[in-house]
Design a protein around this ligand. Structure first.
Ligand code: 5GP
Ligand code: ZN
Length: 113
C-alpha cells in the first residue's frame, strides 16, 4: 500500500492518534505548524478535494464535525482554531490523500501577525 495516510489508517505506520472510528482517523502532525496541529483523515483513499463526489458529502461533514470535537477535547474550541484543506501543489499539498488540518493553541490573539 503506497499511500502514507492509507498506511497510517491501516496501522502500518505509527502515529499519535487522537481519534479513530469506522470512517476516520485523526492524529498529530509529525511537523506541527501550531501548538496544536492535528490531521483528520478518512480511511478511504481520496487523493484530492477535486476527486470528491456528491456521495462524499456526509464524509466531509463528519471530518469537519470531528475536527470541532477534537478541538474541544484538546481545549482549544473556545479560544479558536483554523481548519484547512490544501488541494494540489500550488496550495502545498504534499500527501495526496485528503486530510483536514486542525490548527490552534496560539498564545497571541492573531497567529499570523
Ligand atoms: P499537506 O501539505 O499535504 O496539506 O499536509 C501533509 C501533512 O502531513 C504535513 O503537515 C506533514 O507534516 C504531515 N505528515 C507527513 N508525513 C507524516 C507522517 O509520517 N506522520 C504524520 N503524523 N504526519 C505526517
Ligand atoms: Zn491513501
Amino acid at each position: 500500500m503506497p499511500c502514507l495516510f492509507c498506511r497510517i489508517a491501516a496501522g502500518e505506520v505509527p502515529a499519535r492518534t487522537v481519534h479513530e472510528d469506522e470512517a476516520l482517523i485523526a492524529f498529530h502532525d509529525i511537523h506541527p505548524r501550531a501548538p496544536v496541529h492535528v490531521l483528520v483523515v478518512p480511511r478511504r483513499h481520496i487523493s484530492t478535494l477535486n476527486e470528491l463526489a456528491p456521495e462524499d458529502d456526509a464524509l466531509v461533514g463528519a471530518m469537519t464535525r470531528r475536527a470541532a470535537a477534537i478541538a474541544r477535547q484538546l481545549g482549544i474550541a473556545e479560544r479558536g482554531y483554523r481548519t484547512i484543506f490544501n488541494c494540489n501543489r500550488d496550495a502545498g499539498q504534499t500527501v495526496f490523500h485528503i486530510h483536514l488540518h486542525l490548527l490552534g493553541g496560539w498564545s497571541s490573539a492573531n497567529p499570523f501577525e
